[in-house]
Design a protein around this ligand. Structure first.
Ligand SMILES: [Zn+2]
Length: 446
C-alpha cells in the first residue's frame, strides 16, 4: 500500500509542511479571485500544516501488535466487514463507537475502501484507520495518556492557478490530453463554451484555446480542477468566444458571461452528446454511410452504441419510435418553430408528450434504420425544413442586467489581470501532427 496515511510520521510531516507552503502561495492567488467566489475559497480550508496525522505502527509484530486489514465489500455492513477481517467483536464495537463520534456515516462506506486495525496483546485496540479516498481518512489512536481518540485527516493538496493554453492539432480533446491534463478539464471547458462551439465539428487546425483554472495535484497526479474562471476559444470557423465566471445571483450558482454581459448559456447546446465519447477512439473524418451524403440532411456523430444522447435544448417530445431510414428516432419541439431530430438510436428513454430539459439524456446511440455503424444522426428543422445548425438562432438564456454590469466588468478586469500573471501551461504542437493533420471537421451537412 502506498497510501500517504501509512507513511512514516517524519516523511508525512515534510510532505504536509511543503504542501502547506504551497497552499499559502495559492491562497494569495486565490484570494485575488475569491471575492465573488465563495466556492473556490472554501476548498482552501486546508489541514493545518503543523498538524501531524496519526500513523499505523510500522512493524506491528515487533511491538506486540496484531494487525487486521480489511476491505469494504458490496452489500456488507461495515461491522460485518470488520468481523470478516478477523477483528474481534468487542474491538469492532469500540471502533464503531469512536467512528460515530466523528459523524462517520456507515451508509457511505463504499466497496473497495480499506481499513486497518492494530490490536495489542491484551486484545485492546491500539490504532485504527479507515481510508475513505486518496484524500480522506478516519483515525482512532492512543494519545500521550493512552486514551483512545478519534479524528479525521485530510491530506493537504497542492493547488496551482494555471493558464492552460494551446493550438488545436487534431481535436481539442486530443490536444488537452496530450498536455497531460484529464478528460474532466475537457468536459468542463466544453460545458462553458459548448453553446457557441460544436467541439466535434467546428475546430480547425491552428485554432487557439485558453483556460484559466486551478489545478489540484496529489503525489504528482492531477486529482481535479477548481471551477474554470475564464475560458477562451479563437477559431477559423468560430471566431473568438470568451467567457468569465460570474455570480449573477442565480440559484444554480455562478455562470459564464461574455464581455458584453451576454450569458454563454444559450437555448441550444451545440453537441447532442459528449465529445469525450466521440473523439476518444472514434474518428469523425469519415461518413459512416457512404453514398448517403447526397441526400443527407443532418450531422452524423460516430460514437459507440449506448453513448448517452441528450436534448440540445428544453422542449417537448413530439415523436418517438421508428421512422424509416432514421430507425429509432426522437423528435423534440423547441420554442420558435424549431425541432430537433435524433436518429439511429439503440434506446429511447422519453415518451411522446413529455417535457425535457436541456442536457437531459433522452436515448442512446445505436445503428438502427439505414446505418452501417453506430452513430447519431442529428438535425435541426425550422418550420419543418432542415437548417444548418449555425443558421439556427441560438439566443442567450439570461443576460446580465444594466445594474449587474459594473460588478461584472470589475470582476472581468480582475480575472484578466490575474490571468496575465498566471503561469502558463502551453501545449506545443508536434511537427508531424500538424503536417499529417486534416481538419477534424468533415461535416456531413446536406
Ligand atoms: Zn445521418
Amino acid at each position: 500500500m502506498n497510501l500517504p496515511a501509512l507513511q512514516s510520521p517524519k516523511r508525512k510531516y515534510t510532505a504536509a509542511a511543503s504542501a502547506g507552503a504551497l497552499v499559502v502561495v495559492v491562497i494569495v492567488a486565490v484570494w485575488l479571485l475569491s471575492r465573488t467566489s465563495a466556492e473556490s475559497t472554501s476548498r482552501f480550508v486546508a489541514t493545518d500544516p503543523a498538524d501531524i496525522p496519526p500513523v499505523l505502527v510500522a512493524d506491528p509484530s515487533a511491538h506486540g501488535l496484531v494487525q487486521y486489514d480489511g476491505t469494504v465489500k458490496p452489500h456488507m455492513p461495515f461491522i460485518s466487514a470488520m468481523l470478516a477481517a478477523g477483528i474481534a467483536r468487542p474491538v469492532a464495537d469500540t471502533i464503531q463507537k469512536h467512528l460515530e463520534t466523528l459523524s462517520f456515516d456507515f451508509r457511505m462506506c463504499r466497496p473497495g475502501q480499506t481499513f486497518t486495525a492494530q490490536v495489542d496483546s491484551a486484545g485492546a485496540l491500539h490504532t485504527f484507520s479507515y481510508v475513505s479516498d486518496r484524500l480522506h481518512s478516519y483515525w482512532i489512536y492512543r494519545d500521550s495518556t493512552g486514551t483512545l481518540q478519534a479524528r479525521t485527516w485530510e491530506i493537504p493538496v497542492e493547488s496551482e492557478l494555471l493558464s492552460i493554453e494551446g493550438n488545436v492539432e487534431t481535436s481539442v480533446y486530443q490536444t488537452i490530453m496530450a498536455m497531460g491534463e484529464t478528460p474532466q478539464l475537457v468536459s468542463d471547458y466544453v460545458d462553458v463554451l459548448g453553446y457557441d462551439i460544436d467541439f466535434i465539428f467546428d475546430p480547425r487546425v491552428g485554432d487557439r484555446f485558453r483556460i484559466l483554472v486551478e489545478r489540484r495535484v496529489l503525489d504528482g497526479d492531477i486529482i481535479g480542477y477548481g471551477p474554470i474562471l475564464a475560458a477562451e476559444y479563437e477559431g477559423e470557423l468560430t471566431g473568438r468566444v470568451i467567457g468569465y465566471r460570474f455570480d449573477a445571483g442565480e440559484k444554480d450558482g455562478p455562470g459564464y458571461f461574455a464581455p458584453d454581459g451576454e450569458n454563454l448559456q444559450k437555448t441550444f447546446m451545440r453537441s447532442p452528446l459528449s465529445i469525450l465519447r466521440v473523439t476518444s477512439g472514434y474518428g469523425m473524418r469519415t461518413h459512416p454511410i457512404s453514398g448517403q451524403r447526397k441526400m443527407h440532411t443532418g450531422i452524423d456523430y460516430a460514437a459507440p452504441t449506448g453513448t448517452p444522447v441528450w436534448a440540445v435544448g428544453s422542449g417537448t417530445v413530439v415523436f418517438t419510435g421508428w421512422k424509416g431510414g432514421y430507425g429509432k428516432t426522437i423528435e423534440i419541439k423547441h420554442s420558435g418553430a424549431v425541432k430537433t431530430r435524433y436518429g439511429h438510436l439503440s434506446k429511447i428513454l422519453v415518451r411522446k408528450g413529455q417535457a425535457v430539459r436541456q442536457h437531459q439524456t433522452i436515448g442512446a446511440v445505436g445503428s438502427t434504420g439505414y446505418s452501417t455503424g453506430p452513430h447519431l444522426h442529428f438535425e435541426y428543422l425550422v418550420n419543418g425544413k432542415f437548417t444548418q445548425p449555425r443558421k439556427v438562432k441560438n439566443p442567450s438564456l439570461k443576460r446580465l442586467t444594466e445594474e449587474q454590469m459594473p460588478a461584472f466588468t470589475g470582476e472581468m478586469q480582475r480575472i484578466d489581470s490575474v490571468w496575465t500573471n498566471t503561469p502558463r501551461h502551453i501545449g506545443r504542437p508536434r511537427r508531424n501532427a500538424i503536417a499529417g493533420a486534416r481538419s477534424p471537421a468533415s461535416r456531413a451537412d446536406a
